[in-house]
Design a protein around this ligand. Structure first.
Ligand code: PCA
Length: 219
């Protein structure tokens, strides 16, 4: 058990007035579950600039993962969004859970402008669609705590330089959140989200060279 590779799945605590976060509900359902030869370790991250990256780095030090996938809520999106790129900027449209609302500050001072996901994002989208789960490549993870932790993750992995791969997946609201929002908000049921994350992990573990098929957008 102890020498099995670990897949670290990070989800977030609720934020922005919500009482649940689909990302934590989905990742915790996979905690301790096998994925091929690997085993999933799920951890909850605070929705707080700075503290989120510290919690993720602590979870990486604790679990020594071979693969890290961070997951966050993207209310208003209708598909699982496989994020392509993390940018070096914090710009909060709302305050985080500690009341901080940075404007145009770097995630890492003097860090590169951006990092690409090292997940096989096209292969994951392909596998999800094949399994009947709506999914797309996304070219922006926003500028809030999700982009922040995604950038922090990729910066940490780049510095380790040991080939550990990582990336970020945004997921829609749960149906009960959409019902509360009462404004035509799209949602995805928890079993579909869990199934989708399982497929994403399996694909990331199995595929070393990404598919070459379009995931682009005009705007
Ligand atoms: N979504 C937020 C932060 C935490 C979460 O689940 C975001 O997209 O930045």
């Amino acid at each position: 058990m102890n020498d099995r590779p670990v897949v670290l799945l990070a989800g977030f605590e609720p934020f922005g007035g919500e009482t649940i976060n689909p990302s934590w509900e989905a990742v915790r359902a996979l905690d301790g579950q096998p994925s091929g030869d690997a085993v999933v370790a799920a951890r909850q991250m605070p929705c707080v600039f700075g503290a989120a990256i510290e919690a993720l780095e602590a979870a990486i030090a604790e679990t020594r993962p071979t693969l890290v996938v961070c997951v966050g809520q993207a209310g208003g999106r209708s598909e699982m969004s496989i994020e392509r790129v993390a940018i070096n900027v914090d710009d909060g449209r709302i305050a985080d859970n500690a009341g901080a609302q940075p404007i145009d500050t770097p995630v890492v001072r003097d860090g590169p402008a951006a990092y690409f996901s090292t997940l096989p994002i096209k292969a994951i989208v392909h596998a999800l669609r094949d399994a009947g789960v709506p999914a797309s490549v996304s070219n922006t993870a926003g500028t809030f705590v999700c982009n922040h932790i995604f950038y922090g993750l990729m910066h940490a992995l780049a510095r380790r330089g040991d080939g550990t791969r990582g990336g970020f997946i945004h997921i829609p609201y749960l149906p009960e959140q959409a019902a509360r929002a009462a404004g035509d908000a799209p949602s995805m049921a928890l079993p579909t989200l869990v199934h989708g994350l399982r497929i994403a992990i399996e694909t990331a573990l199995a595929v070393q060279v990404d598919l070459r098929e379009t995931g682009g957008r005009i705007s």
